[in-house]
Write a protein that binds this ligand. Sequence first.
Ligand code: 2BA
Length: 110
Amino acid sequence: MKLIFAIVQDDDAGKVVDLLIDRGFRATRFDSRGGFLRAKNSTIMTGVEDDEVNAVLDAIRSTCKSRMKSTISLPPIMDAGEAYVEPAPIDVQVGGATIFVLPIERFERT
Ligand code: 2BA
């Protein structure tokens, strides 16, 4: 059995969960936040049999789009006398999805 964590953009999370449920999988969605952009995203957790992993990954790939996001790069904290660097907007391409597939040692639903 495997545990799949997929970090996806909020705009795609509802579609991923709906498709997984339609296809007979169980899923849990968490609100999360990326460390780099500090923007809200969603983490979807799903536990599946080994032979179902590819079907889950297909569902995620088919619903999650990569998008460009803008952020402001903040200057490091400066000491007195250092030149001020204007915060500059930068564009980054945010996946798709960032997916981790982990082995499960034991699974119980009581
Ligand atoms: P964030 O950490 O907010 O990152 C958003 C996007 O910013 C990343 O998209 C990447 O394009 C860019 N980025 C991240 N760190 C960077 C850096 N040090 N320098 C330059 N650009 C950087 P994705 O790679 O598609 O990641 C989307 C979200 O997935 C991330 O949001 C984070 O929440 C999660 N994630 C990605 N890789 C991860 C990892 N190895 N472990 C845990 N979470 C991860």
